[in-house]
Design a protein around this ligand. Sequence first.
Ligand code: FAD
Length: 407
Amino acid sequence: MALRVAVVGSGPAGSSAAETLAKAGIETYLFERKLDNAKPCGGAIPLCMVSEFDLPPHIIDRQVRKMKMISPSNIEVNIGHTLKSDEYIGMCRREVLDGFLRERAAGFGANLINGTVFKMDIPENPSKPYTLHYADLSNGGPEGIAKTLSVDVVIGADGANSRIAKEIDAGDYNYAIAFQERIRLPEDKMAYYNDLAEMYVGDDVSPDFYAWVFPKYDHVAVGTGTMKINKEKIRQLQAGIRTRAAAKLEGGEIIKVEAHPIPEHPRPRRVVGRVALVGDAAGTVTKSSGEGIYFAAKSARMCAETIVEFSNNGQRIPTEADLKVYLKRWDQRYGMTYLVLDLLQRVFYRSDATREAFVEMCEDIDVQRLTFDSYLYKTVVPANPLVQLKITAKTIGSLLRGNALAP
Ligand SMILES: Cc1cc2nc3c(=O)[nH]c(=O)nc-3n(C[C@H](O)[C@H](O)[C@H](O)COP(=O)(O)OP(=O)(O)OC[C@H]3O[C@@H](n4cnc5c(N)ncnc54)[C@H](O)[C@@H]3O)c2cc1C
């Protein structure tokens, strides 16, 4: 029997899963409700995403080689010093990245369906198929035409508000709201951000996260995130970052305002039956950095690889236990990364004193190397013991100097 897999959602997660499945010759259906979707996002991706996902140069609008960390008292620390000449943080527009990955998956044979999945029938018998109910939007009408599709396995890659997660009762997660304005700057102001991104910390811009100015194709994305979900508070925080960066944004024109939830941790259940969640639907964004694109694509690829392996390239239907192997592999590979970033967020985003200490610490060249290596390559290379000791001493020193450890 030939395996049929439906992937719901074609952001970085869904398209990556569909590509892996289609390449293995598995009958794959990739659903996307909005083919020109421009997901609200800063669009920053690490270098390993470019190589691992074989992204061509035109996907990267800008190669950022300078990063400024800006403390609550506006002390600026430049943290790009350790980058080699061919290393950078990629900045992309999501409509471009998502469109490319989706088309590539379709090129490998995934059946792309322009439709919104609104319901899923779960079979009582484990050998029976799942039935997806969707509105086919391919004919242009706003409502679409109601259709169904039956498949053996479903991958929920439908983002933070996942319909598939609800259908399998995957449980809730806490989330932050990220708010962003895209601002077109006069040429001389834009030149400043040519290969430079800024991260601001402070109670005025976010009580539990950071605010950013990221350069995009022909504008900058200026935003902030917080778990204190309250419209008025978010408005205040956005005003905070606009005030802090005011001189650099002068003369800018707002071209888009957007907001979206960012999951704070994995859902309680990420695989139920023959349904697996990946990316934001599963809750793979990291704390501290709020990074989600690479982890979405990677979790989806690992899930799809597990399906290919356990279905013997589509010759048998994998079980729940088979699909859970993906989670085991994922947690083994990235569990420590999530733990460290969670800890960093708890320690350093606690107060303005701890944030000052954090920015001060970023001046250290070994800290910069460690931070960039783990961001760009997603491999936490242990520093040699002497360097490790120095970093630990620096961390404690910075915290003490800032009186950051006072209760
Ligand atoms: C303001 C903001 C800034 C961010 N900045 C960064 C950053 O700079 N770098 C970074 O790495 N991460 C960033 N993130 C996080 C990142 O955007 C997400 O982690 C990432 O988009 C997750 O990818 P995904 O494929 O799992 O989900 P999504 O990108 O949300 O894709 C889900 C897809 O599913 C489709 N869909 C949803 N429901 C259905 C349905 N029922 N039927 C059919 N299709 C459906 C949607 O249209 C969408 O295309 C940011 C997030 C926000 C909100």
